[in-house]
Design a protein around this ligand. Structure first.
Ligand SMILES: *Cc1c(COP(=O)(O)O)cnc(C)c1O
Length: 382
């Protein structure tokens, strides 16, 4: 049997071969393998140079200064460092954090941990398009609000937040703005200056880089201090200790540099594929969009299927690698908290699937998916 068609780019992307090639030159004796913190020999300096080159590549994609990039193990750690690190460092200024109920678990579970530590969290509910309006955010702001955390692009729906408008509200109240940009980097023009982003979480593996590496952008400003969560050696300006993984870092750098060069071409390719997918779906009855495509990236299409169970449909679509967005525990299947969060009823949420496209998706992949969906839905409804 041939491999299923991969339509789960929002979960992770394959590494671009050009990224893999650069990584492979930073591992072996013949390559740039040394510890970038080794100051006493040439191999160490070369590794440091490679890391600093990648730092500039990542900074360039988001309009930052390289000194504002802190390497982490991924966006999960970056979210933890931003939320816990910032709230702890600013305890004396206030203990209130504002976020939403449709954030990635890396933000939600971290905010819950902060609540357990004695901080206060306001959990905003988005509109049916998955977005928080500046007006709603304004109502949640308090005298003691020190941090607001909202994602740039939702990983289940694809909806895009109006970051400049939200940043304006945050700053008008003297707070700091953290954005989870894992799904957005390289897909929309993220500019930390123009958008008023103070802390930005990034991941390599949603953008054709390797898993296990990410970064937190930390604006250089006297008011923006982040307490380290990982101690030992004081790497990364004291914010994140640990030997830097050169091969991972150059992979992320190369992936971000490619996104800078080719991101727009990728996005027009993906927009064309999405249009083809939506046109094909329009011919099938009983399929609804959970994604509001007017306010979303073309990369993610979340669909509800009338009168079919999502798990059963997923089984029938075994030639497609896609995702339900629902969390499976051993006992039961829970509807997605994101779909619930935008007001979709549990039955419809359980009949929903997420399709996500990327650089390597082809017209043939889309046509295969449409054929499989038509076949499976017709058979299951019969
Ligand atoms: C994937 C993802 C994360 C987690 O990133 P990792 O690098 O896998 O830790 C966080 N937030 C969003 C929105 C994501 O899509």
């Amino acid at each position: 049997m041939s491999a299923p068609v991969y339509l789960d780019y929002a979960a992770t992307t394959p590494v671009d071969p050009r990224v893999a090639e650069v990584m492979s030159r930073h591992l072996t004796l013949e390559g740039t393998f040394a510890n970038p913190a080794s100051r006493s020999h040439m191999p160490g300096w070369q590794a440091e140079q490679a890391v600093e080159g990648a730092r500039r590549q990542v900074a360039d994609l988001i309009g930052a200064d390289p000194r504002e990039i802190v390497w982490t193990s991924g966006a999960t750690e970056a979210d933890n460092l931003a939320l816990i690190g910032f709230m702890r460092a600013n305890r004396s200024r206030g203990r209130h954090l504002v976020t939403s109920i449709v954030e990635h678990k890396a933000v939600i579970d971290t905010a819950l941990a902060l609540e357990a530590e004695g901080f206060e969290v306001t959990w905003l509910t988005p509109g049916s398009d998955g977005r928080i309006t500046p007006a709603l955010l304004g109502e949640a702001m308090r005298e003691d609000t020190v941090l607001v955390s909202l994602m740039a692009v939702n990983n289940e729906l694809g909806c895009i937040h109006d970051l400049p408008a939200l940043a304006e509200v945050v700053h008008a109240h003297g707070a700091v703005f953290h954005v989870d940009g894992a799904q957005a980097a390289g897909k929309l023009a993220l500019d930390v200056q123009r958008m008023g982003i103070d802390l930005l979480s990034l991941s390599a593996h949603k953008l054709y880089g390797p898993k296990g590496i990410g970064a937190l952008y930390v604006r250089r400003h006297a008011d923006i201090r982040v307490e380290a969560l990982i101690h030992g050696g004081g790497h990364e300006r004291g914010m994140r200790s640990g030997t830097l993984p050169t091969h991972q870092i150059v992979g992320m750098g190369q992936a971000f540099a490619l996104a800078q060069e080719e991101g727009e071409a990728d996005q027009s390719h993906i927009a064309r594929l999405q249009a083809r997918f939506l046109a094909g779906l329009a011919e099938l009855p009983g399929i609804h969009l959970n994604t509001d495509v007017e306010v979303s990236l073309p990369n993610i299409v979340n669909l509800a299927f009338d009168n079919v169970d999502g798990e059963t449909l997923l089984m029938a679509l075994r030639n497609l690698a896609i995702s339900t967005g629902s969390a499976c525990n051993s006992a039961s299947v829970e509807p997605s908290y994101v779909l619930k969060g935008i007001g979709i009823d549990p039955a419809r949420a359980l009949s929903s699937l997420r399709f996500s496209f990327g650089r390597f998706t082809t017209d043939t992949d889309i046509d295969t998916a449409l054929g499989e969906i038509r076949h499976a839905v017709t058979a299951l409804r019969r």
